[in-house]
Design a protein around this ligand. Structure first.
Ligand SMILES: Cc1cc2nc3c(=O)[nH]c(=O)nc-3n(C[C@H](O)[C@H](O)[C@H](O)COP(=O)(O)OP(=O)(O)OC[C@H]3O[C@@H](n4cnc5c(N)ncnc54)[C@H](O)[C@@H]3O)c2cc1C
Length: 236
């Protein structure tokens, strides 16, 4: 489950338009002009302007494996806190994210459940033997459901969605990305506008697929005529 916290501005476009307008000596009282100016900045690729709106979000119920992938997104120095494996007693019970490939196969599911049970029994035995929580939780599988509080700016989010909405990304983090996009779209009309235009797979922005293997959504780079001949970039 994803919850956008109220510390997140509902008016990210106003914010960008106002702040960039201040730098241009523009009239920043006009709401529509601010929004237009914000889009001019964004569409021109003036990435710093996207660093003003921060999103504060609670991400609950995704696996530690999925959150591990989230940790790789470090552009703009996002901040996060994750549920503790030192203070929470997972020997009392933990949930795990079961992949569809396991859930749809009764034999595989039996192995899955048996393995999780062994881990649970093991943690409880270690607990009885006086091993502290912070040590017996080392037995937790990557699939256990965890919780994270994340602060991230719009610029990093555009990059995040570009990578993680791609059908080459692992299905769980794609599901997380889709849920986050939906939650922001519902949070305010300005976020919806941004989500519709910017929170898309990277190939939509660049016009060809960027991963080594095709996403089958855009053609390969070799089929796109984007060869730069070099030289200067002066107007003719
Ligand atoms: C299909 C897929 C497979 C993957 N497989 C693996 C894998 O096997 N192993 C693995 O470890 N990861 C893997 N990843 C994660 C991937 O390698 C990236 O680490 C992750 O997606 C974060 O992307 P990023 O670096 O663009 O984002 P960010 O770290 O958020 O960076 C965003 C942008 O900020 C700039 N930036 C960030 N940090 C710096 C810096 N220090 N210096 C200069 N510029 C900076 C760069 O322009 C960068 O593009 C995979 C991702 C995908 C989508």
């Amino acid at each position: 489950m994803i919850t956008i916290k109220e510390y997140t501005t509902k008016a990210p476009l106003q914010m960008i338009g106002e702040f960039s307008g201040i730098c241009w000596g523009a009239n920043v009282e006009d709401r529509q002009k601010n929004i237009k100016r914000a889009w001019d900045c964004i569409e021109s690729g003036h990435g710093r302007t996207e660093e003003f709106p921060d999103v504060y979000v609670v991400i609950d119920g995704y696996s530690a494996k999925c959150l591990r992938e989230l940790y790789t997104h470090i552009g703009g120095s996002p901040t996060r806190l994750q549920a503790s494996t030192r203070y929470i007693d997972y020997a009392k019970g933990f949930d795990a994210v079961e992949p569809p490939s396991v859930a749809s196969n009764p034999e595989a599911e039996a192995v899955w459940r048996e393995t999780l049970n062994v881990i649970s029994v093991g943690m409880n035995k270690l607990k009885e033997l006086g091993v502290p929580k912070e040590d017996y939780t080392n037995l937790l599988p990557l699939a256990y459901r965890s919780k994270m509080v994340w602060k991230v700016n719009l610029r990093t989010l555009v990059n995040f969605f570009g990578m993680r909405l791609c059908n080459r990304a692992y299905h769980e983090i794609r599901a997380l990305a889709r849920e986050l996009k939906d939650a922001l779209s519902e949070y305010s009309p300005e976020w919806k506008e941004i989500a519709d235009a910017l929170f898309v797979p990277k190939c939509v922005h660049v016009g060809f697929f960027t991963e080594a293997k095709s996403c089958h959504y855009r053609p390969p780079k070799s089929e796109i005529n984007i060869v730069w001949e070099g030289g200067n970039h002066d107007p003719q």
